[in-house]
Design a binder for this molecule. Sequence first.
Ligand SMILES: [Zn+2]
Length: 201
Amino acid sequence: MSDIKFLDDLAKHFEKLPSVGKKTAERYAYHIVEKLSLEDVQSFAESLIKTKEATKHCTICGMLSDQDVCPICSSNYRTKEQIMVVKDTKDVLAIEKTNQYNGLYHVLGGLISPLDGISPDELNIDSLEKRLDNTKEVILATSFTPNGETTALYLEKILAKDGLIISRIGYGLPAGGDIEYVDELTLKRAIDSRKINQKEN
Ligand SMILES: [Zn+2]
């Protein structure tokens, strides 16, 4: 298929997506021009632009949303006493699927990574410290990778204060694995059996 040169430009766009190699990108490009109607392609293109333009970060928790304040932060049915700290919006979606957690979230937008030069200043941490007034428990749900552990230890240290419980989800989570790839049952157990690092005073 690679000798259909005029498709290369389109295929290159697909190669920017995760898990899409050159071959798959060429197949997508071919499928679009050969199989989809012009209406379908127009609607796809419009949807890409519309969704991208409408997406922002929730001003409270930092997760992706099409509103200034996301539906989780603005919900009256969620307990405001717990905040679960995660790396990104994909982790929120994975944990929401378990139906095991009814508190709020805080999305860091990455993990502390000395090797990649990502320091705490570049993450959404300041706003976490500022929203803890009514919080009883902060649940650290970063992955068991070196960066996930570094981030959890850092947060544990700077958030420590009287009366605030800081816990870490963990049991059964694979070392080195990303939260988003963990199956629902394992995640459920990990949330249930979270370990409290700091006793309530
Ligand atoms: Zn939010």
